[in-house]
Design a protein around this ligand. Structure first.
Ligand code: 3HC
Length: 311
């Protein structure tokens, strides 16, 4: 019976049309979008923790204001993405339960500690930079609500990346101790940032299907390579080095060759054995419990208002 629907769906995707919430879609398309959008949203809200760690210790009011705006943006990105995921018939509560019980993931990158102020710059430049490289193609994702959420998120991410770059530049051109602090942060955040793009293509469980459905427009390795090629000249203008002795321009490929990634580390972090996995999840669960009264009050208020409307 779904034959006709399936053909119409495939034709729409092939014709670069957007799939909208009320359109028929294969169950597996719906499921993989819920999986990816939920984990993307979880990444945004968990990502608030390492950054917020430095709000009370920012070196100036200007830096504090910028960092607060950025952390607020991440919360907003989580909201857009949970709302977009709810159009697929799931609920934010259900998705948060899956996060809290370890049945859904968030980006590996947020399981690393922010040890110095320079980490705030390295996160902005590298982590938000990687997020932009990964998210710009998602603006052309076949699922309408996800693609539209990405347009606004990418605009805000570019502010996040610029402020991180500028913060590192100030440190790199500062005292020798500040320069060393910036270099140390880049040394610690470079390889984990490359892991944000996912496993190598030949070990990616979802890429083939996600590319057929035009959810993923480029493979994990293609975007990782694009990110490396963007960062090399930026590191040079920052006066900082990238911690990869095998990094070099390959004239023939017109790309940078780079060294091997430690996939054992990646798998360990995904299994929950990164430096901060337990801390991030327990802090998230605690925040959720502490916020229960706000949710109850908002729901009671909403019920009263709709009740009044019916009364
Ligand atoms: N961290 C955690 N899990 C990861 C991962 C990472 N860096 N990379 C891959 N995985 C997981 C996948 O989720 C999948 O597991 P699952 O089946 O349980 O979901 C498994 O590893 C296999 O990977 P695949 O390549 O087959 O999976 P995908 O096709 O989903 O590709 C992805 C992974 C490229 C991350 C893709 O899901 C994606 O583009 N997601 C949207 C972008 C996103 O989530 N970005 C998070 C970055 S942080 C952020 O954006 C916040 C910003 O403000 C800094």
């Amino acid at each position: 019976a779904t034959g006709g629907y399936e053909r119409a769906f495939d034709a729409a995707v092939a014709a670069e049309e957007r799939v909208e919430p009320r359109d028929w879609m294969p169950d597996a398309y719906r499921a993989t979008l819920v999986r990816q959008m939920a984990q993307h949203a979880h990444s945004e809200i968990i990502g608030m923790q390492p950054e917020a760690n430095w709000i009370t210790r920012a070196p100036s009011l200007r830096r504090k204001a910028i960092l607060m705006a950025k952390v607020q943006d991440e919360a907003g990105h989580g909201l857009y993405l949970y709302s977009a995921a709810e159009t697929l018939g799931t609920s934010r509560d259900e998705l948060l339960d899956k996060l809290h019980s370890g049945r859904q993931k968030y980006s590996s990158i947020f399981n690393y500690p922010t040890l110095t102020w320079a980490d705030v710059g390295a996160i902005g430049w590298l982590v938000d930079g990687a997020a932009i490289t990964n998210q710009v193609p998602l603006c052309r994702c076949s699922y309408g609500p996800y693609a539209r959420a990405m347009v606004r998120i990418c605009k805000e991410e570019s502010f996040h990346q610029r402020q991180g770059y500028e913060l590192l530049l100030a440190l790199s051109r500062g005292t020798p101790e500040q320069h060393a602090m910036a270099q140390d942060a880049v040394d610690r955040w470079w390889w984990p940032s490359l892991m944000m793009f996912g496993p190598p293509d030949d070990e990616s469980a979802h890429s083939a299907q996600s590319m057929t459905w035009k959810i993923k427009r480029h493979s994990n390795d293609e975007l990782r390579q694009r990110f490396v090629d963007i960062c090399v000249p930026q590191a040079a203008s920052l006066g900082l080095t990238l911690p990869d002795p095998e990094l070099r321009w390959n004239e023939e490929r017109q790309r940078h060759d780079f060294g091997p990634i430690d996939w054992a580390e990646f798998r360990a972090v995904l299994k929950g054995n990164g430096p901060c996995n337990e801390q991030r999840l327990s802090q998230r669960r605690r925040a959720h419990e502490d916020g229960a009264w706000v949710r109850e009050a908002a729901a009671a208020y909403a019920a009263k208002r709709t009740g009044r409307a019916e009364g």
